[in-house]
Design a protein around this ligand. Structure first.
Ligand SMILES: Cc1cc2nc3c(=O)[nH]c(=O)nc-3n(C[C@H](O)[C@H](O)[C@H](O)COP(=O)(O)OP(=O)(O)OC[C@H]3O[C@@H](n4cnc5c(N)ncnc54)[C@H](O)[C@@H]3O)c2cc1C
Length: 310
């Protein structure tokens, strides 16, 4: 693959910080559903300067860029993801630093680690993050939420990198967010955020975390999934709708609608992204035909025309 070899070398040379660029990389192993295709190229940048240089090189060459977080709402098409897919998993991107009532967090930090640090720092308001298996970057893109709270409720500011590699900071008030979406992050990369909590005792925080965990694990499947497949329509929770349509347990290949929660599709072994997409299509058709409801996907279908979701 001389062209691939040339691009790998150009990217590694541009990064200049020891970042390895892997061609033809299987993405499924970095997704919680363990399904989907391969990235043309994959890298975990070692530094912010390296990330900026990789972006600039991709921009010059017209190579598409995709960000992967912890892959917990991410379905790469079986046909693969073109260009360079990057994961901010190295140390410069994963820090969590307490600063009075705030936590300064890198985009690669796990949300459960953010919740744990908030508890250690006696800061309330971040308990709901504990059970969300994503990173802060993916959480910001999705405006992840649970137990009546969502991430942007506690964000004070976000540090971003634009497609040319320029770094800037925005206060949360100036960022448009919606239910399970922060459209700005479709084209900008989140590098980190300042989160704000309220002082409380570690015991009270721990009690709320335990209560949330009990509520979560009472209703959520333990099998491999990509979280909620559909956004909740205004009139009915998506899981209840799927249940009422009699589709719990419906399957396509290795993908099955969870018996425990209708808004989760689980991998029963060997599911392909195509299996999942056929099942999603079937549910959407039934919801429209029987209830007149157009279900929108929450899971990010990555690759082809739909790269980086809505
Ligand atoms: C068992 C289970 C339970 C879940 N429970 C919840 C829940 O309660 N509430 C909830 O909201 N979600 C839930 N999810 C879904 C998922 O965990 C969240 O959406 C999470 O925020 C995704 O983060 P991630 O790091 O895994 O992102 P990924 O899934 O890897 O990516 C999601 C999107 O973010 C983009 N992205 C990733 N990093 C960046 C970055 N640095 N800058 C810009 N864009 C970026 C990706 O390109 C993609 O479009 C659950 C998932 C599972 C599997």
């Amino acid at each position: 693959m001389p062209v691939a070899g040339e691009l790998k070398e150009a990217l590694e040379c541009a990064a200049g910080d020891g970042t390895a660029v892997e061609p033809d990389y299987p993405l499924a192993e970095w997704t919680t559903l363990r399904a989907g295709g391969r990235a043309d190229f994959f890298a975990e940048p070692e530094s912010e300067a390296g990330l900026a240089a990789l972006l600039a090189t991709c921009r010059e060459r017209g190579t598409p860029v995709t960000l992967l977080g912890r892959g917990s709402n991410f379905l790469p098409l079986d046909s693969g993801v073109r260009g360079l897919t990057m994961r901010l998993s190295r140390e410069p991107f994963t820090g969590i630093e307490p600063d009075g009532p705030r936590l300064r967090c890198g985009a690669g930090a796990k949300l459960k680690h953010v919740a744990a640090e908030a508890k250690r720092s006696c800061l309330a308001g971040m308990e709901f993050l504990e059970g969300i298996p994503g990173s802060l970057g993916g959480g910001l893109r999705m405006n992840a939420g649970a137990m009546g709270s969502e991430l942007f409720d506690i964000v004070e500011s976000v540090r971003l990198m634009d497609p040319d590699g320029m770094v800037f900071e925005m206060p949360a008030e100036s960022i448009e967010v919606a239910y399970r979406s922060c459209p700005l992050l479709k084209n900008q990369i989140a590098l980190g955020a300042v989160l704000k909590g309220e002082p409380d005792t570690a015991e009270a925080i721990a009690a709320r975390m335990a209560e949330f965990a009990e509520r979560r694990w009472g209703s959520q499947p333990k099998a491999r999934s990509a979280g909620c497949v559909f956004k909740n329509p205004e009139t009915i929770p998506a899981g209840k709708l799927v249940d009422e349509l009699g589709l719990k347990g419906a399957s396509e290949g290795g993908a099955m609608v969870s018996e425990e929660h209708g808004n989760f599709i689980v991998n029963n072994g060997g599911a392909t992204a195509d299996d999942v997409l056929r099942l999603i299509g079937h549910i959407r058709e039934q919801a429209l035909a029987e209830r007149g409801i157009e279900l929108q996907t929450e899971v990010q279908i990555i690759g082809g025309e739909e790269a980086r979701g809505d």
